[in-house]
Design a protein around this ligand. Structure first.
Ligand SMILES: [Fe+2]
Length: 282
């Protein structure tokens, strides 16, 4: 559990400690025994300060100035579908009520960083682990770790889209049941170049959908305009073979033709991972 959570009134620290301890056990459990519900905590809405809501308002209005033009229409439609508020930190339960009617995905508050197996178990069951604290005003544009703006604003609108929702669940199931480090590394790259930093072609224009781009003005401008970015057509094998670095603007990005392309490629890859598993178990 991180230091800012310890001091936040948004969470109950005993509940958070127990949840984190359960998540930390996941890597040592059989996949089928991992119970994601043990990792989740309560979002205490009364704990948010006026500064917290102000940070959300500023970030929201800053990002919408360009996202209206630059974000994927699927993302923008998702924002409307989940009823994302512009003026205050959202209540996860209210977002979930809207998501339930669309795809059945749910966002679940978690105490902090989840080990990979715990994270995959959440995705495999259609539950998105969500940070509920928000960055301080003095760190508006520098964020070393995810916060609720990155997780809810950046990620969750796409969970309202049935095709993307199916992709993400299949991804979680393949990653959860995969024990081969070769495939785990490849799946990590796939997540990075799609869920976090993905671009998509829509009506001849390149648009943003990855949450690392959606939630950051600097990253999104660089992704769309910089001559130093190699924007490659999406190809599953090529993506999975491309290493990435996390501490600077991305020099390589992959552009989808459609979310169906991503879903269909993932379905094939999941079959491959599962078959490899069966072969090694035989
Ligand atoms: Fe993210």
């Amino acid at each position: 559990m991180n230091a800012s959570l310890e001091s936040s009134k948004v969470i109950d620290s005993d509940e958070a400690r127990k949840a984190q301890a359960a998540a930390d056990k996941a890597p040592f459990q059989a996949s089928a025994d991992i119970d994601p519900s043990k990792f989740f905590i309560t979002q205490n809405m009364d704990g948010y300060t006026e500064e917290n809501h102000e940070v959300w308002r500023i970030l929201y209005s800053e990002r919408m100035k360009t996202l209206d033009q630059q974000a994927s229409t699927v993302f923008l439609e998702g924002m409307r579908a989940i009823g994302l508020p512009s003026d205050a930190v959202p209540e996860v339960a209210a977002i979930n009520a809207n998501l339930a009617q669309r795809t059945g995905w749910q966002s679940r508050p978690v105490p902090g960083y989840l080990p990979a197996k715990a994270f995959f178990a959440c995705l495999a069951s259609g539950q998105f682990p969500t940070t509920i604290t928000i960055r301080p005003r003095k760190q508006l544009h520098y964020l070393p770790e995810p916060d609720i703006f990155h997780d809810i604003f950046g990620h969750v609108p796409l969970h309202a889209d049935p095709v993307f929702a199916e992709f993400l669940r299949t991804y979680g199931q393949a990653a959860l049941h995969c024990d081969d480090p070769y495939h785990i590394e490849r799946l990590g790259r796939l997540f990075w170049f799609t869920v976090e930093f993905g671009l998509i072609k829509e009506e001849g224009r390149t648009k943003l959908y990855g949450s690392g781009l959606i939630s950051s003005l600097g990253e999104s401008e660089h992704a769309l305009r910089s001559p130093n970015v190699d924007r490659r057509p999406f190809d599953m094998d090529r993506v999975c073979e491309t290493p990435f670095e996390i501490d600077h603007y991305q020099p390589i990005l992959y552009v989808l033709e459609s979310f169906e392309q991503l879903r269909d490629s993932m379905n094939k890859y999941a079959e491959r991972v599962m078959n490899a598993r069966k072969t090694s178990a035989a």
